[in-house]
Design a protein around this ligand. Structure first.
Ligand code: 5RP
Length: 250
């Protein structure tokens, strides 16, 4: 195991020898540009997801997040042919997981999970996350809170010096206009309804102090859940880097 020694959280990075790195070098040699940058980020997501899949063991109850990074986790998990039971945070993840031969069941009747693995939109140096770009943050937060370990998988561009708007919100449909009146800088999404009947919106105001903003959202009636996840909830962040996966603990 090789330490990386950055000052972001407590870094316990390790290098993963994987064929994808030579693929990445091929991409770079063929000339820079947006396509190769995108390909590089996709490889970082995949590397973080593969590293997270390796944390799962036979017999575990596993929470599966939502998004494009989690889409790399599911085949990596499926390939391991483990005897695990999973809870999915979205219908899309449930479908993809089943396609990979992963057993997915209802969350009802399950009081705790061994591990939950999910992506994030932003991770700041103290471990605060913004999640919910895919609109699943309410279920994702419930699943993360139920897990003994919550592991976050990201590409390196998600590591930011400070959180910036937008912050996703799920609002109750009941009294929506009254809730919106009490919330400045909030814009409803184009296709706002969640599988649980909530209404998705984004807060575009400042995020100076995430703890203060999270407390304000939690105190606002009509907000079902906000996309700010505190460091206390996060066990570990696995961030794909150009040639390795960096592990951050907060
Ligand atoms: C969905 C989420 C996702 O984890 C987050 O948006 C990151 O997605 P992606 O892995 O596609 O970048 O919070 O609600």
């Amino acid at each position: 195991m090789e330490q990386d020694g950055t000052d972001r959280g407590r870094v316990v990075g390790y290098r993963i020898p994987h064929p994808m790195w030579s693929a990445r070098r091929r991409v770079s040699r063929e000339g820079g540009g947006v396509d190769s940058e995108h390909a590089g980020l996709e490889q970082e997501k995949r590397a973080a997801a593969v590293a997270a899949a390796d944390l799962v063991e036979d017999g575990m109850l596993v929470g599966l997040g939502t998004g494009t990074t989690v889409a790399y986790l599911l085949p990596a998990l499926g390939r391991r042919h483990l005897d695990i039971s999973c809870v999915a945070t979205s219908p899309a993840t449930e479908v993809l997981a089943r396609r990979e031969g992963i057993r997915v069941g209802p969350f009802e009747g399950v009081a705790r999970l061994d591990i939950a693995i999910d992506g994030a939109d932003q991770v700041d140096p103290s471990g605060w996350l913004i999640k919910g770009g895919g609109g699943a943050h309410t279920r994702e937060k419930i699943v993360a809170a139920a897990a003994d370990r919550f592991v976050v998988i990201v590409s390196s561009n998600k590591l930011v010096p400070r959180l910036a708007p937008p912050v996703p919100l799920e609002l109750m449909a009941f009294g929506l206009d009254a809730t919106l009146r009490s919330l400045p800088h909030v814009v409803l999404r184009q296709a706002p309804v969640t599988p649980d009947g909530g209404v998705l919106a984004d807060y575009h105001g400042e995020v100076d102090d995430p703890a203060q903003l999270a407390a304000r959202f939690s105190d606002t009636v009509g907000i079902v859940a906000h996309g700010l996840f505190p460091p206390a909830m996060v066990s570990r962040v696995l961030a794909g880097r150009a040639e390795h996966v960096e592990t951050l603990e907060f």
